[in-house]
Design a protein around this ligand. Structure first.
Ligand code: FMN
Length: 184
């Protein structure tokens, strides 16, 4: 097989695409991010990357907190809207009829209608170039009970999607195998 060489800017692996809440009170805003990933288990730490030109950037800088809200495939429209409009011009909560729900630890509101929310506190930041990367410690996680089995996410109830190179890709329901299945 002769492989073709592509731009090093291309990303071929799946990314999550989530809607982050940032800021508090009337200033609270929503932004869609694909640059989101878990990087440490103990303590649980995620990274997100955001461009300084975004309205949301200033709100993260101001409060050092954010919430990762993860949508189902039926909420793709809300996710795309939050990633194509700026909070400088529209109130995304109002336009999308989304409800602010208090978190248990951070002051930034969660999206009530989204089934999975992770409250995070910024513990470090790195200026990388086009994006500023924030390390956030996950201080609380909430889930709609319908996706939970034995205190974990139930893979047979997943109704999520991934983001690959500009496309929203549906994830078929059901795990194809479990972590460690080759050891059994
Ligand atoms: C699927 C998707 C993924 C995105 N990922 C990022 C990202 O990781 N980092 C970023 O700075 N902007 C990202 N954006 C762009 C912002 O969400 C977009 O510019 C948004 O309108 C900024 O909102 P704000 O000005 O209210 O902060 C993404 C947009 C979409 C649709």
């Amino acid at each position: 097989m002769k492989k073709v060489t592509l731009s090093e800017k291309l990303t071929v692996f799946p990314m999550p695409a989530a809607v982050l809440s940032v800021g508090t009170g009337e200033e609270a805003n929503l932004i869609t991010l694909a640059y989101v990933g878990k990087v440490c288990l103990k303590p649980p730490i995620v990274v997100i990357s955001i461009q300084p030109k975004r309205h949301s950037y200033h709100l993260i800088e101001k409060h050092s907190e954010f919430v990762i809200n993860y949508p189902t495939v039926e909420q793709l429209k809300e996710l795309d809207y939050c990633g194509t409009r700026s909070g400088r011009n529209v109130n995304k909560w109002k336009e999308l009829n989304l409800t602010k729900e208090n978190g248990s630890i951070v002051q930034v509101p969660m999206i009530k209608e989204f089934p999975w929310n992770m409250e995070c506190k910024v513990i470090n930041r790195l200026e990388l170039g086009s994006h500023v990367c924030y390390f956030g410690e996950v201080v609380a996680t909430h889930s709609d009970p319908k996706y939970v089995k034995n205190d974990n996410l139930d893979p047979n109830k997943f109704n999520f999607f991934a983001y690959i190179s500009g496309n929203y890709i549906g994830l078929k329901k059901g795990a194809i195998e479990k972590h460690g299945f080759t050891e059994e």
